[in-house]
Ligand binder design. Sequence first.
Ligand code: GDP
Length: 194
Amino acid sequence: MKVTQADYVISAVGPAQYPNNGLPEFALAGRSNVGKSSFINKMLNRRNLVRISEKPGKTQKLNYFIINDSFYFVDVPGYGYAKVSKKEKEAWGRMLETYFAERTVLSAVVHLVDLRHPPSKEDVQMHEFLAFYKRPVITIATKADKIPKSRQQKHKQIIAQTLSLTPEDPLILFSSQTGAGKEEAWRALEHYLH
Ligand code: GDP
């Protein structure tokens, strides 16, 4: 994918604010600090389109970015941030449930997990939640540069097992530091654009 244009559109608090021009979109989900902002910036060749390590859990909004005037990236607020109140977590859950259940233009979900650690309980719940709504999932294992090549396959296998992925489910090792996995990630996304 040659990214010729990428712009912030809106931080939407609910369906009334979601774009309604029918363009396809990809949601990006993952626990706070997994490297989601870094992933988006790297994929779009931007340093600062999405702010890295903005205080996690602060925004409970869906941040829309338009790419090449033809599709959207939707940055979903990170989960698993301990300091978020129960009330805030419930509001977050309700918003996402509606979004994943009802959003017809949602083509696929990019689910980010950390290659260094086995997926958390919340990572597994998110994966099951997306499967329940029959959303195609592209799993991205971030921070691959932090694991030596000799151990990457083992870590990859643990992620696939813990999330109960089948061999057909895309699972891509990614590093926003080195750019590893970027082309493969774009290929997986492009699959849903044609
Ligand atoms: P977010 O909270 O999921 O948006 O995560 P960020 O993109 O803000 O990243 C959290 C931290 O992990 C920051 O300090 C990043 O610099 C770091 N980070 C993100 N991706 C990578 C990566 O691929 N490799 C390494 N070594 N660090 C990363």
